[in-house]
Design a protein around this ligand. Sequence first.
Ligand SMILES: [Zn+2]
Length: 314
Amino acid sequence: MPKALFSKRTKDQIRGTYQNHCGICLKKVPRGHCAHLLDASEAGAKQLSFGVYMGLIQDGYKRSSAENGIFQCPDCHTEYFTPGLVALSPPPQILKHIWKYLAQTETQKLQPLHQVIRSIEARKTLLPYVGLCTLVSLLPEDLDGHNIKCIKAGHQPDLSVVSGRNFISAPQSTMPGAKDTARIFDVLQVPDDPPETSYAIPLSPRHTEYLHHRYWRLPTGVEPGVLLVSLIKWIPLLTHSTSKEIEYAHRIYIELRNIKAGISLIGGRIDRKRTAEDRHDDRPRKKLSSDKTRKKSVLEKGNSGGKGKARLKI
Ligand SMILES: [Zn+2]
């Protein structure tokens, strides 16, 4: 299967939308990378099939479209994202909503999740988080002491606080760890000629600011279902929950597997028999034993078999 590469025109579109700033650390990098959210390789095709099959992604999503792209500096891309040390995720508030919907809705009444995600915009308490994503440290132990350096990226985003349906500027006296308070990283808010200041995004608990809330607003407006699929692919490789995002993504994954297998935790058991298609697409995947050597996620491994199941214990 050919790779779903970006055309030159699409790369220019992504670069232009990000105004040549890395979507994560915000620094200006004219020679940055146009990275894929769902991989360009055959593994990405499996991720997409999984997402569509599970109802997380609408059929017709194109991995070669600008929608599937994020502009990143070489440091963020090759040091942290490519080896699977970090990943983007929908905010935990939205993941919790999806999980509760799956857990509390009778199987016969379940809507495709991409529709459920769209309906989030009607929920006032979740509105501040629509259009945002978080950065998840998948292996904080391996990232001990690491941080993403934001050099000449403007000042660190000021604190924002939830007010009704939006985030607004927080009062001067607000503490960074206060409830409903966060810094929102947005390439479109970086000044044209930023000062020579620098700051860091902590990736491990060794940093005292690690637990402060940070959100990213990507100018291409990423679908939460796409981020969720690209996060789920790492879950079976993790030995324990490292964040709320991982915890909820894992719960969603288990609910979806049960629903596809015909096991409803609410409506009793078995809404329909498990089909050959289910078994083909939803078979427990092979464990990978070493974080150091892991190059391929469970979805990249695809249907290579194996009796293992997710190692994550919640
Ligand atoms: Zn960067």
